[in-house]
Design a protein around this ligand. Structure first.
Ligand SMILES: Cc1cc2nc3c(=O)[nH]c(=O)nc-3n(C[C@H](O)[C@H](O)[C@H](O)COP(=O)(O)OP(=O)(O)OC[C@H]3O[C@@H](n4cnc5c(N)ncnc54)[C@H](O)[C@@H]3O)c2cc1C
Length: 366
């Protein structure tokens, strides 16, 4: 079993930042990546050609923790190529096709199970992102509904529905609209969200605005609720959404809706975070209750972390997308505070740097 100071799980921006900083501080490390490339999580979820923005959350002004990982408003393919070059030039040790399974405690740290192999490490950084999609919550089956935009060309010639009110949905709407516009296809892209207000960052909104001004056929459906997944008489799997509901006297409701073939529906309604994995690893979490949590949804589990992203298991850190949109900060005096954590590359990179620095500090004191 190979011995390293730190096992880093995931070669996304968070894991790579941790690896780069760990290397700079003289720590030995290995990065486990279940995919076959760096930034696999990003490549799997971003629409093709999507621009990657260096968005910095409100109130934070520090420079990007690692300059080479800072996106430059560039297509995701260019960002990937730059990061891949940086990884090669720095000679980072990444084990592709190695999926982290768990760890057991052993003397001086952890025995980490990476499927094909095992590592012995003093510390573990969990940087595996947040990739468990939230359930669509409809009556009936909706398994055919995609969770990200694979090939935009597959939607040419068919009205397409994008669900979700955030950046990911907005990106998919712009990309789809542009793909259709480029080939003179006038079928609309419907953009549906449960709420009245959409919540997108400035950069994303700018791209969307540009797309609309350039003639993109985007139709916004506020207050849209996905209702039923069913197979129609022609055998097509369809998703029915409710677009309007009017209350009539005597408890009668009149509902208006639309129905789309599921193969033309993309639901970007977010991810629920890896609380099941945290539970399995024995990391302490607290369930949000209404009125107490302001960021986490009721019932969501928030992992407990100290200010350096160390979990309740000493030596195990959780960073980046895996702890978004919120975690519970354990303050020095033991008080707990719900802390917002934007799911942005900037934050993942910053967390990775902090975690690596904390581990280096702990090991030099040991
Ligand atoms: C559509 C979309 C658009 C976005 N646009 C932007 C943007 O423009 N700018 C911005 O700042 N942010 C953007 N984000 C958010 C940004 O991508 C995330 O904040 C960032 O990727 C989080 O980095 P991470 O390293 O924590 O996780 P990830 O990037 O998800 O990386 C996690 C890695 O861990 C690997 N992994 C998972 N499980 C295991 C396992 N068990 N064993 C080994 N490896 C594993 C995955 O394959 C993946 O490569 C966007 C997100 C989406 C979905």
């Amino acid at each position: 079993m190979d011995r390293v100071d730190v096992v880093i799980v995931g070669a996304g921006p968070g894991g790579l930042a941790a690896a780069i900083r760990a290397g700079e501080l003289g720590l030995s490390f290995v990065v486990l990546e279940k995919g076959s490339r760096v930034l696999q999580g990003i490549l799997d979820t971003y629409p093709r050609g999507k621009k990657v923005y260096p968005t910095v959350p409100k109130g934070e002004e520090q420079p990007f923790g690692i300059t080479e990982l800072q996106p430059a408003n560039e297509p995701v393919e260019d960002y990937f190529a730059r990061v891949e070059t940086c990884v090669k030039e720095r000679g980072l040790q990444i084990q592709y096709g190695h999926e982290f399974q768990g760890f057991v405690r052993e003397k001086g740290g952890f025995a980490v199970d990476a499927g094909k192999t095992r590592y012995s490490a003093s510390a573990v950084i969990l940087a595996f992102g947040s990739n468990i999609p939230i359930d669509l919550g409809v009556y009936g089956e909706a398994k055919m509904v995609a969770r990200n935009l694979g090939n935009p060309e597959e939607h040419i010639g068919a009205p397409t529905l994008v669900l979700g009110g955030g950046n990911a949905a907005a990106d998919v709407v712009s990309t789809l609209s542009k793909t259709k516009r480029d080939v003179g296809d006038s079928t609309p892209v419907y953009w549906g969200h449960r709420r009245e207000h959409f919540k997108v960052d400035k950069d994303v909104a700018r791209d969307l605005g540009e797309e609309i001004l350039l003639g993109g056929n985007i139709k916004i459906l506020q207050g849209t609720v996905p209702r039923i997944g069913e197979v129609d008489e022609e055998g097509v799997e369809r998703l029915i959404i409710q677009t309007q509901s009017i209350t009539l006297p005597h408890g009668v409701e009149m509902q208006q809706g639309m129905s789309f073939p599921m193969k033309h529906v993309i639901a970007c309604i977010g991810t629920q975070g890896p609380s099941i994995i945290f539970d399995r690893l024995g990391l302490q979490q607290i369930t949000c209750t209404e009125g107490v949590c302001k960021i986490g949804r009721e019932g969501a589990k928030l992992v407990m972390l100290n200010s350096c992203f160390q979990t309740s298991v000493k030596g195990v850190y959780a960073i980046g997308g895996a702890i978004s949109p919120a975690y519970l900060l354990v303050e020095e005096e033991g008080a707990l505070r719900e802390k917002k954590h934007s799911n942005l590359i900037f934050k993942a990179v910053q967390d990775g740097v902090h975690a690596a620095e904390d581990i280096a500090g702990r090991l030099s004191r040991a």
